[in-house]
Design a protein around this ligand. Structure first.
Ligand code: GDG
Length: 723
């Protein structure tokens, strides 16, 4: 039976050493809860680092054995690996760049080497237990190379990947010297999950800019494998936070808080120590607030928990010192005999304490500079079962895309945070109820179990898409069938598209003339008297004459506007008009003027706007705009707008490769009909031909064709096997 393997840098476990013995206890993080329903079942397992260095072999064995009973498997790391892989590449290279703090990033070859080696270490342990029909779900930025490494060893295994931190814009990501390797690693997965739409968009953008890979919407084709990048905003264990308020221990702590802070409004903030969390800016905002609104003296406190983290990294040490200084400064400046404004704790607390604080605090202030999601904001919302309380939330946190009823602020705007604090403090109860109720509904519905289910279901769907694509691939076996049918047939009609089908994509349209190999292939194909080979292209008839006119080929040009039987003259489709061209030309011309690198190609019955030489991104943007404009102007003129590979073509609606194909076949009988093409316009041929025809799409996108081949090289190879 297939199993599920969860992989993350840290295992969901706490290990304490007591009298030389290791005591293991499950840790209660959100991810552990959400995935608990998975990894604890049957043969399933969670693989990761246990969180401490265990030098002795016998201790390693002891922990491994204890973990086996908990469905956990440890990857042991040495101190050097923790320094370079974890604190180094993960936290001093990837973390700052992915959180838009590129000035903090260090690009050290030694860090990268360790990152690579540790990813290999994870791979080896996974491969020792994984089987081809297992599902592997890998988490987070410490393991970006792992999907690719596993894919190499197990080409068909199902791999999901989820990134818990933001994926930065291409302009940031490209700074990393190993950017291509990182993307290739990630693309080993079948499904890549991100917290927000922007993250997945940035990822797709980085892939298409850095690697020779095309995307269609959120699907990327990686060597024939469809890889999907999608948004799965992570949720929390809603029920746990919603019900914890009634826990005896929490109640006890709540009473204590009520006693200590009677008549005082509490502003709560909870973060791991990190420069991405905006802790300094938040303190500055609170200081400004106390200065601007002196009437709140003795009436409000900032209750700030900072959980120690990464305190061997220099920036974190510096940050901690600065927080100390700022807190000290504010308290010294504003405190009275009965009151000091900032209650600051640099330590972690049991979850009961957090729950009591979530229940007690009037305001939760969450202002990260960047945050993948931010679970604290959701935990506060889930805890507010009375629907009162106000959440102030940074627009840079992934959570702000869902919790739109929070007071949303730009964390760099100290003035705005200050105003939001005042707004929160005076917000009428009905308004608090309205906002909190909406947010609680969101957090309740999109909880962590929902998140896990959505991701796992989607991963399964992606696998199915891949399998159905695979079934269409014209494999060597299938080719054999086609060869047999070809041999048996007495009369054959073969329709071949030109660009993208017989030759590759060329930035210069005029440079795509046939090479010697292609001439040779076409000559052999047409030498067989049983073959009628039709070159059916969108190119101008003059071009086809010049390149191919001397061969024993039938030619159809401009998608069917012109036809020439072998040895005969060119005929154009009767009744076509080209009066429309002038007006449309003017529109295309304005786009050409605005878009450096674009140009217009004029054919007898069509106009083509080319943008293959335009800056990546700009071309697509203008093309989208242009299609919109053209649809409006062409709707009443009997014209069609066809977006293609870096082109947009406008032509008479009567012209269509499918119709041209049927016309050509009219009144004739063939016992073997085959068509090969790569773009939109070839779909008309595939649809027009009878079901028993051999239709082959070049490229594995969705198509009406029965089979597909990967590229023009495969087409040439395949045709060669026929002759
Ligand atoms: C990364 C991304 C993304 C905090 N203090 C204590 C404590 N906590 C718990 C909170 C919360 C968790 O830690 C913090 O989660 P965040 O989401 O706020 O931040 P990161 O740790 O940076 O997490 C983040 C997340 O991954 C999930 O994808 O949201 O954007 O950076 O659950 O309650 N727990 C206990 N004591 C504490 O003192 N027990």
């Amino acid at each position: 039976m297939s199993k599920t393997i969860i992989v993350s840098n840290r295992l969901p476990v706490k290990i304490a050493e007591k009298d030389g013995e290791f005591v293991l206890a499950p840790s209660e993080g959100g991810l552990a809860t959400g995935l608990g329903s998975i990894y604890r079942n049957g043969n399933n397992v969670w693989i990761g680092w246990p969180g401490l260095v265990v030098p002795e072999q016998k201790d390693q064995d002891d922990i491994r054995q204890q973990m086996a009973g908990m469905n956990l498997m440890p990857v042991y790391l040495e101190q050097e690996e923790i320094n370079n892989f974890y604190e180094g590449f993960s936290n001093e290279t990837l973390w700052p760049v992915f959180h838009y703090m590129a000035v903090y990033a260090r690009y050290e070859q030694g860090y990268w080497d360790a990152y690579y080696r540790v990813n290999e270490k994870f791979r080896d342990l996974i491969l020792s237990v994984a089987e081809p029909d297992d599902v592997i779900w890998i988490h987070d930025y410490q393991l970006l190379l792992l999907p690719g490494m596993i894919r190499q060893a197990l080409p068909d295994v199902s791999i999901g990947f989820f990134l818990h931190i933001p994926f930065p814009s291409f302009e940031l990501f490209r700074l990393i010297p190993w950017r291509a390797e990182l993307l290739e690693g990630m693309l080993g997965a079948d499904l890549l999950g991100f917290h927000t739409f922007d993250d997945s968009r940035h990822f797709i953008n980085a892939v298409t800019r850095i690697l020779p890979i095309n995307a269609s919407a959120n699907q990327l084709m990686v060597n024939d494998r469809a890889v999907v990048a999608e948004t799965f905003p992570m949720g929390i264990d809603y029920d746990k936070y919603a019900s914890m308020g009634t826990d005896a221990e929490v109640q006890q702590q709540l009473r204590q808080l009520e006693e200590n802070f009677h008549g005082i409004k509490m502003i709560l903030t909870i973060d791991r120590l990190d420069y991405s969390k905006g802790i300094l800016q938040r303190l500055q905002a609170f200081e400004l607030f106390l200065q601007l609104y002196p009437e709140y003296a003795e009436k409000v406190v900032l209750y700030m928990i900072v959980v120690p983290s990464r305190d061997t990294v220099p920036q974190y040490v510096a940050l901690r010192d600065e927080i100390d200084k700022l807190v000290g400064g504010i308290n010294a400046r504003f405190r009275t005999i009965n009151w000091h404004p900032v209650h600051y704790f640099y330590r972690s607390f049991p979850i009961e304490t957090l729950s009591a604080l979530y229940n007690f605090a009037d305001i939760c202030l969450v202002t990260p500079m960047r945050d993948g999601m931010n679970l604290v904001s959701k935990e506060y919302v889930a805890s507010r079962t009375q629907n009162n309380g106000v959440l102030i939330l940074s627009e840079m946190a992934g959570a702000s895309k869902e919790l739109i009823d929070a007071l949303i602020v730009n964390p760099n705007n100290i003035g705005a945070i200050t105003r939001a604090l005042e707004e929160a403090l005076i917000m009428p109860l009905p308004e608090q109820y309205r906002r909190m109720k909406q947010m609680r509904q969101v957090v309740a519905k999109f909880n962590v179990n929902h998140w896990v289910k959505l991701f796992m279901d989607r991963l399964q769907e992606v696998k199915q898409i891949q399998q159905s694509m695979l079934a269409r691939r014209l494999s060597t076996d299938m080719q054999l069938h086609v060869q047999q049918a070809y041999k048996k047939a007495g009369r054959r009609a073969i329709f071949l598209d030109y660009d993208g089908t017989l030759v590759g994509f060329n930035v210069n349209v005029d440079l795509a003339s046939p090479d010697q190999e292609l001439y040779h292939l076409l000559r052999s194909l047409t030498a067989d008297p049983s073959n009628e080979v039709v070159m059916i292209s969108g190119r101008k008839h003059e071009t086809l004459s010049e390149w191919l006119g001397h061969l024993r080929l039938h030619l159809i040009a401009e998608h069917g506007a012109w036809q020439r039987r072998q040895g005969g003259k060119w005929h154009k489709l009767p009744g076509l008009n080209d009066q429309w061209k002038q007006e449309i030309y003017t529109i295309l011309d304005t786009y050409t003027d605005r878009t450096p690198g674009s140009f217009i190609e004029e054919k007898s019955y069509s106009l083509v706007w080319h943008y293959r030489k335009v800056e990546a991104g700009l071309g697509e943007l203008r093309a989208n705009e242009l299609v919109g404009t053209l649809r409006y102007y062409t709707s009443d003129k009997g014209l069609m707008v066809l977006p293609g590979d870096k082109v947009i073509e406008v032509k008479n609606a009567e012209i269509n490769k499918g119709r041209a194909t049927l016309n050509w076949l009219h009144d004739d009988h063939f016992d073997f009909v085959m068509a090969i093409g790569d773009d939109h316009t070839d779909e008309d041929i595939f649809k027009a031909l009878p079901e028993d025809a051999i239709t082959i799409k070049v490229g594995s996108q969705v198509s009406a064709a029965r089979y597909y081949l990967r590229n023009f090289k495969e087409v040439r190879q395949f045709l060669t096997t026929l002759v």
